[in-house]
Design a protein around this ligand. Structure first.
Ligand code: SF4
Ligand code: SF4
Length: 356
């Protein structure tokens, strides 16, 4: 089936006000307005940008969605999950405070910020999907209790997946800590002896007893490790290492399957927005200011998460000569995630682009 993808064009360097107006238009053409009903819980999945990141999608654009949902007497809230890695978004308390610092406080956006995966990334629910890699996936619990989902993604390159856009925002961004680790499960953490202070915190937290003492340091017994990421989360000395860049193909397919899991039970009530402004080589998780890779394009809207990411690649190829993924990390084939998502029935790679 051919999906519809709408492009609200923007001039390069458009102001935040102009971007917000484009977001309002994107919402209007997306079909979300017809789907959202009175008293619906409407989760707005976003990314508030790591500390020092300046290119994340700005609160004014999110405010437009909040206001639109409220016009329908829906109950919008902003949502996110804890990151696996150390940073300003590693748990609910830090994440919410950081979101506030980046302008996503309730007084600014008009809706509360509610973590979908609880205090420490462990509030989850198993969703049966019966796909190729996984029979079931672990998804942030609260996302399954919402009635509708608006997913705002900022397309960028990505060190492990080649492309970070809608599928990644869903699959990695709405998985629980265990779900995230499972997507990276071709890789397991290891402990760097030079950094380990042997405080034993990881030993205390490891649910599998996979960490032992060896030569005065902590050591992970690979055969026992289930890749839950607890050790990564609790080590205060940055001694637990993880190679995020390996096994991209597996990770992308797993990510697509987790994305599929997040959408279950909300048929016809999920809408996707890719904000193709200030696109960068690395994702907004990178705690640094980044140069944008080329001219701004506009905002895409669709009810199809596969088509919108395929359109994102195609539009960047048309604008820059290469796709955003090829420019950023050419050794990864970012089409893997899109093709796999289409294969498991999440959406269509065939789309009609309607420019507004
Ligand atoms: S928590 Fe970190 S520093 Fe402490 S024992 Fe484990 S790896 Fe070493
Ligand atoms: S990833 Fe989980 S199971 Fe593996 S060593 Fe770390 S805490 Fe233990």
């Amino acid at each position: 089936m051919t999906a519809k993808v709408y492009l609200i064009k923007l001039e390069d360097g458009a102001s935040v006000e102009e971007q917000a107006a484009a977001m309002r238009k994107a919402y209007e053409v997306s079909g979300a307005d017809k789907a959202i009903e009175e008293r619906d819980f409407v989760a707005i999945k976003l990314h508030v940008g790591e500390k020092s990141n300046t290119t994340y999608v700005k609160p004014a654009l999110i405010r437009e969605l909040v206001d639109k949902v409220k016009e329908k007497q829906g109950m919008p809230f902003l949502t996110e999950t804890s990151t696996l890695y150390k940073g300003e978004r590693e748990n609910a308390v830090k994440h919410i405070l950081h979101a506030h610092r980046h302008g996503f406080g309730i007084e600014n956006v008009g809706a509360p910020f509610i973590m979908a995966d609880g205090l420490n990334g462990t509030s989850e629910q198993e969703v049966v999907i019966e796909a190729e890699l996984h029979q079931s996936v672990k998804v942030a619990r609260e996302i399954l209790t919402t009635d509708a989902l608006l997913v705002v993604s900022h397309p960028t390159g990505h060190v492990a997946a080649g492309l970070g856009a809608c599928i990644k925002n869903l699959g990695m961004g709405l998985a629980s800590r265990m779900g995230k680790m499972r997507q990276h499960s071709a890789m397991l953490p290891e402990i760097k002896q030079k950094k380990c202070k042997f405080c034993k915190k990881c030993i205390q937290w490891c649910p599998e007893g996979a960490i032992i003492e060896k030569d005065g340091c902590a050591f992970i017994v690979a055969e026992r490790c289930i890749g839950c990421g607890e050790c990564l989360a609790v080590c205060r000395f940055d001694a637990v290492k993880y190679d995020w860049g390996r096994e991209s193909g597996y990770m992308q397919r797993s990510m697509a399957e987790h994305a599929y899991g997040t959408l279950q039970g909300k048929s016809g009530k999920c809408f996707f927005f890719n904000v193709m402004v200030d696109m960068t080589k690395d994702c907004d998780c990178l705690g640094a200011e980044q140069a944008k890779m080329g001219r701004d394009i506009g905002i895409l809207a669709s009810s199809d998460p596969v088509a919108i990411d395929k359109a994102t690649l195609d539009l960047t190829a048309a604008a820059y000569g290469k796709t955003i993924a090829e420019i950023s990390y050419s050794h990864h084939d970012a089409l893997i995630q899109i093709e796999h998502a289409a294969k498991i029935g999440m959406g269509s790679m065939d789309y009609e682009l309607i420019t507004i």
